[in-house]
Design a protein around this ligand. Sequence first.
Ligand SMILES: CC(C)(COP(=O)(O)OP(=O)(O)OC[C@H]1O[C@@H](n2cnc3c(N)ncnc32)[C@H](O)[C@@H]1OP(=O)(O)O)[C@@H](O)C(=O)NCCC(=O)NCCS
Length: 177
Amino acid sequence: MNAKVVEQSRTITTELVLPNDTNPHGTMFGGSLLSVMDKCASICARRHAGRVSVTAAIDSVEFHEPLRLGDVLRVEAWVNRAFTSSMEIEVLVSSEDMHSRELKQANRAFFTFVAIDRNGRPVAVPALRPETKEEERRYTQAGMRREIRLYLSGRLKLKDAPLVREDLIATLQSRNL
Ligand SMILES: CC(C)(COP(=O)(O)OP(=O)(O)OC[C@H]1O[C@@H](n2cnc3c(N)ncnc32)[C@H](O)[C@@H]1OP(=O)(O)O)[C@@H](O)C(=O)NCCC(=O)NCCS
């Protein structure tokens, strides 16, 4: 399978915050926002994998700014790294000022998508080939995040997490966790 580059699957969508998406204060529900992000990430994963991919995990979800009724959202998703059947997709949400067209970052999260076959079983995806220094940085960090994520979900033992093992042990010990 030929490796792919980030630009082959980068996905940008635009959304409008409607009354159904908001609470009585007129700000957007976190769950509605996650739904919008999940859809954008899903298209990105599908573009990279070339087949249906499902959400396996979402982490590091950060809500920086409240989003309000009538806000226009720019949702951008790109692949940080592909592993065997899984891909880490980073999703960034910004609200767009309709007059100045300025963007204000509102939310960020990392999605793990897994490509599946007709029977729902994981299948291999193309590797990702970073092209810029920034993409290389994201690629390296995605490898470390994967070890942390799989360790926290009980899918990986510390001894099998060479990239973050020492840091994790030091952190856990220093905080008595
Ligand atoms: C995602 C799914 C296909 C994985 O199936 P599985 O039998 O656990 O598969 P495996 O153990 O072989 O893992 C396959 C890949 O998924 C990754 N994965 C599985 N669970 C994960 C988790 N919780 N976090 C991160 N990655 C995970 C594995 O690391 C592996 O990646 P790799 O192939 O790149 O090394 C399966 O759990 C599933 O279908 N889940 C439901 C998906 C869904 O419905 N999503 C929508 C939510 S409503």
